[in-house]
Design a binder for this molecule. Structure first.
Ligand code: GLN
Length: 390
């Protein structure tokens, strides 16, 4: 038989997913994949049930049902302060991953270079490779994850087309400040680059930090594709509903690409998620407080057992360092060994650090822990960690 497509040859299961499989098999607690197993709010579930009963079973417009697009438009104007004015600038997608795929397909030719900020979310890189775009890395360093703007400029070549910004960031928890985004915008303008901003964790912020959207800065909107979605904010990762906001001509291209790839996002689920916008305003404050508690619990536990813990500024992951443990304890020689040790000795799943770095060596002394769990489950996980390693 002839070989399968060359583009599939190097595909492998992501570490993020592999840990879930492993934990399912061993019955441990999964702090690996950012699944978020808190309950989906009732109004959203009811909205979907009603839409299913009412027979909303056919394709929607490829860019989403009108009321949902209108609600997203209103949200990005008020919360993100984007200067969007029309639903033509809003594209509903199958997850923010679907939006990211249409964004990169809309922007990039094979060979175009895209800057990823490292540590990065692996799917950002994997999808670039799939379409023969070339990721180029600029590294941020713990504990404060500041970006070296000189390194950013050095990474730019005539082939560079775009920069991917993830704020709050997975896995580092970095929240980009307005000043950083202004400096980034100056670079984007100087070199005529696009930005794709993945803002899926935009409501998970700690210590009073605020979320700033790049596209809200004067002069940024025209060169920015803003991505977000419902998975994380409303605990519905399996519904696969996300969206992109971009200037109308760009959004139109992305809509057409989404149409080709998957026709539309699931129609009854779009009706359900439209209910998200009628929920009480206190929802976000309560969610933040709940995550603050979980962040503290996990970070304090990890510190107590000897990890270096840069407390995340946002999102719901901790990228914890274990270089000190590597010197003092067996089973922590590198991230793969530490990952196995935590499963074997505590029944805790994590993601090995190498999943987030171009050079696996750079992730050698990191594990990523996710704290989007029901509190009793996270408490049990922390107990197990202390029992095994305290
Ligand atoms: N974004 C989530 C994570 O980083 C999950 C998405 C995925 O399974 N790739 O864990």
């Amino acid at each position: 038989m002839k070989p399968l497509a060359a583009r599939t040859e190097n595909l492998e299961q992501s570490f993020i997913r592999a840990v879930s499989k492993m934990i399912e098999a061993t019955g441990g607690i999964n702090l690996g994949q950012g699944i978020c197993d808190l309950p989906t709010p009732e109004p959203i579930r009811r909205g979907a049930r009603e839409a299913i009963e009412a027979g909303a079973s056919t394709y929607s417009h490829f860019a989403g049902i009108e009321p949902l697009r209108a609600a997203i438009l209103e949200k990005v104007r008020s919360y993100n302060r984007l200067p969007a004015t029309s639903v033509d600038e809003v594209v509903v997608s199958v997850g923010s991953t679907g939006a990211y795929m249409t964004a990169i397909l809309a922007l990039l030719n094979p060979g175009d270079e895209v800057i990823l900020i490292e540590p990065f979310y692996g799917y950002h890189r994997g999808l670039l490779r799939l379409i023969d775009a070339v990721p180029v890395y600029v590294t941020m360093h713990a504990p404060d994850w500041t970006l070296d703007f000189d390194a950013l400029e050095r990474a730019i070549t005539p082939r560079t087309k775009a920069v991917v910004v993830n704020t709050p960031a997975n896995p580092s928890g970095k929240v980009w400040t307005q000043q950083e985004l202004e400096r980034l915008l100056a670079v984007l303008r100087q070199y005529d680059l696009f930005a794709i901003t993945d803002e899926i964790y935009e409501y998970m912020l700690y210590d009073g930090r605020e979320h700033v959207s790049l596209a809200a800065l004067p002069g940024a909107y025209e060169r920015t594709i803003t991505l977000s979605g419902f998975s994380k904010t409303y605990n519905m990762t399996g519904w696969r509903l996300g969206y992109a906001v971009a200037p109308a001509p760009l959004a139109a291209r992305m809509g057409l690409l989404g149409d080709l790839l998957y026709i539309c996002a699931p129609t009854p689920l779009q009706h359900g998620v439209a209910e998200a916008f009628s929920m009480r305003a206190t929802y976000f404050a309560e969610m933040q407080a709940a995550y603050e508690t979980r962040r503290r619990l996990l970070c304090e536990t990890l510190e107590a057992i000897g990890f270096d813990v840069p407390w995340p500024q946002g999102a719901y992951y901790v990228l914890a360092g274990f270089a000190p443990l590597a010197r003092t304890r067996p089973g922590f020689a590198d991230d793969l060994q530490a990952y196995e040790t935590l499963i074997r000795e505590a029944g805790i799943g994590t993601v090995p650090g190498r999943a987030f770095f171009a050079n696996p060596e750079d992730g050698r002394y990191y594990l990523r822990f996710c704290f989007a769990k029901e509190l009793p489950v996270l408490e049990e996980a922390c107990r197990r960690l202390r029992d095994a390693f305290g």
